[in-house]
Ligand binder design. Sequence first.
Ligand code: 8YV
Length: 328
Amino acid sequence: MPWRRPLVIVTRKLPDVIETRMMELFETRLNLEDRPMTDAELADAAGKAQVLVPTVTDRIDKSLLAKAGPQLKLIASFGTGVDHIDIDDAKRRAITVTNTPGVLTEDTADMTMALILAVMRRLTEGERVVRAEQWRGWSPTSMLGMRLGGKRLGIIGMGRIGTALARRARAFGLSIHYHNRRRVDAELETQLEATYWESLDQMLAHMDIVSINCPHTPATYHLLSPRRLKLLHPHAVIINTARGNVIDEDALVRGLVAREIAGAGLDVYEHEPEIHPKLRQLDAVVCLPHMGSATLEGRIAMGEKVIVNIKSFIDGHNPPDRVLATMF
Ligand code: 8YV
């Protein structure tokens, strides 16, 4: 049991109810202004805190960890993805890392489905026409989109979010296809009437909609490479609510501009919060500001997971959401 009331530094503003509970339980430093910490501020925090609570906007890489003092024992990240943290280096330094899996699944799957609908049915484009006072009335051939029913959805990454998306997509009449490191169990495959593609290349060449639902790891960096993007049908659309780095963003833009890819629904980008300027200009692209899991209920559930992880760690137990190693 290392400490009774460890110094916990939280890098971003969290829901009030979570911050209040953290103040009650730990010696907590909050970031009420919610201004992202500079590298120097983050290094200062890592040099003082026993527990650091970062988010996806903080880079916890080797150079940051080298500045962490020996007192830093736990990085209790607020989020599921851990690609902003050098897990192997943290492990080498005997720093435990935890995340908040499971509680964002349904919200992220909802948003993925919303992006599929938005791109296929030109939702944001239509809304822009109305707001710009350019709507001249109904016409049989205006704003024609693509019907969802009967189309093929290829899910890359059939984990929690991929499975939750598949369940929703079936209700919209989409047929489910997937590529995953491992084939899922036969019962789930039957339930979802899902077709497994061992070859990602082959799946890409046969889909109408491709959704990225795998984590960003060294093995999935630019998984959708220029070569793979060329395999898509020109009527295919790409949806990404996972991590920007899984797609080569420049190649995606080239494909969209050349109309070799019909559209994209993006919640995440390679260099957030920077967005390739072309993406903002293309009507066939729906861009969201990394809000896939942004519900109040989800954020509170994430905060509760952070608290449970910290509490169990300081009580001398294995925290439930310990990240053991970089996946893949
Ligand atoms: C979170 C996410 O909002 O948890 C994740 O991996 O991508 C987001 O949905 C964000 O990461 C919080 O740090």
